[in-house]
Design a protein around this ligand. Structure first.
Ligand SMILES: [Fe+2]
Length: 386
């Protein structure tokens, strides 16, 4: 009798990858027989000029739209609820997002609320969405969050100073238009942080208790691409070939983590980001090696291919030596891309750690971490990362 608990699923949007993909948005919207789109974005994306191309494509295909750009860097539940009101006011019937993780997550949240008619905070956790959301077409402008291919939506609850994770295949976008031209306007530090976020997605997905053959190949390929190309891209930010490789890595890590789920780095990063309103990629970067140090001995066989993908020559090394080399290789990569901060420099105080740990153990991402972790364990990891 096969063990049904070992079975794995794989969900993904229809993906169009390459320069100019954004121009196809009107054509794809038309396929859903819709009249009016809620166009979710943020002021930075508008200033970069990417919204105009999308508007033009919609006009050419006879789709009306209303722009909603009231989205913060860590999208808030209040913004989602406002967006849902605007969606109804303008009688929209499709949601199109163009931007980084924030507008994309906000757009998912709006989609959930407009059909399920409850506060977005009620959907925290896995598979809590009852009714299907409107069609979603996403155009990412950063290479890292992968919200355009994932079944994750992260929303900040400002009152509780926490970020909630909503995980459901209902919010895998229908279409992801991954346009390698749109990341050309990212600044180097944002490129570094989102690139390390993608690396964390790939590593956590590979060592997750939810990993399997359908996601492993994507995770390992993403790790290799990021290790090889991210430092070069920071030095040469307009190099189109390097950009394409990092965008591809982000997509692959997204497909991996969306299906295999994540682990302690993300549980802790959500807690940190929600409590102190810090950038997500940077939170992950400050925690990664400390979580590997905690997890490694519980998942040695899973971390070995990760180390290999990071370029470590494994021959003759003991498990302990591999662990140290893996941690060192991550520290080196972070230095190469210019991420030097530790928690203390970002305004985290020792007195914050108990509450941060308490919130982290409640995060759904911790369920698939390869080593079980209590609030006390998480507290020690936070202390080490200070
Ligand atoms: Fe992430």
């Amino acid at each position: 009798m096969p063990n049904l608990l070992n079975l794995r699923k794989f969900v993904a949007p229809e993906i169009i990858f390459g320069a100019g993909a954004r121009m196809l948005v009107g054509k794809y919207a038309q396929q859903f027989s819709v009249e009016k789109a809620l166009l979710v974005t943020d002021p930075g994306v508008i200033a970069a000029g990417w919204l105009e191309d999308v508007q033009q494509s919609l006009q050419q295909n006879g789709i009306a739209y209303h722009v909603f750009a009231d989205v913060s860097a860590n999208p808030r539940s209040t913004e989602v609820m406002l967006g849902a009101e605007v969606y109804h006011q303008h009688s929209c019937n499709i949601i199109i997002a163009i931007g980084g993780g924030s507008p994309m997550d906000c757009a998912k949240g709006i989609g959930i609320v407009v059909t399920n008619n409850l506060d977005i905070l009620k959907f925290e956790g896995v598979d809590k969405i009852q009714l299907p959301v409107p069609p979603l077409i996403f155009i990412p402008t950063t290479a890292g969050s992968s919200a355009d291919v994932s079944q994750f939506c992260i929303i900040a609850n400002q009152q509780e100073r926490v970020k909630i994770a909503i995980i459901s295949k209902s919010i895998v976008p229908d279409v992801s238009l991954i346009d390698t031209e749109t990341t050309l306007t990212m600044d180097p530090y944002l490129t570094a942080c989102t690139g390390i976020d993608a690396l964390v997605h790939a590593i956590e997905a590979f060592v997750s208790t939810g990993s399997g053959v359908l996601t492993d190949m994507y995770a390992l390929e993403a790790i290799k691409l990021i290790r090889q190309h991210l430092p070069g891209l920071i030095k040469d930010p307009t190099n189109v070939a390097l950009k394409e490789n990092i965008m591809l890595a982000s997509m692959k890590s997204g497909l991996a983590f969306s299906n295999a789920i994540l682990g302690a780095v993300h549980a802790m990063a959500h807690s940190l980001g929600g409590y102190l309103d810090l950038a997500h990629g940077e939170c992950n970067a400050m925690l990664l090696e400390h979580v590997i140090n905690y997890n490694f001995d519980s998942a040695v066989d899973r971390y070995k291919p990760v180390a290999e993908a990071m370029g470590i020559e494994m021959k003759g090394l003991t498990s302990n030596a591999i662990k140290h080399q893996l941690i060192a290789s991550i520290e080196t990569l972070k230095k190469e891309v210019g991420i030097m901060n530790q928690l203390r420099q970002k305004g985290v105080h020792a007195s914050d750690i108990p509450i941060l740990s308490k919130k982290a153990v409640q995060d759904a991402c911790l369920i698939t971490n390869p080593r079980k972790a209590t609030a006390e364990d998480i507290k020690i990891i936070f202390e080490e990362a200070m």
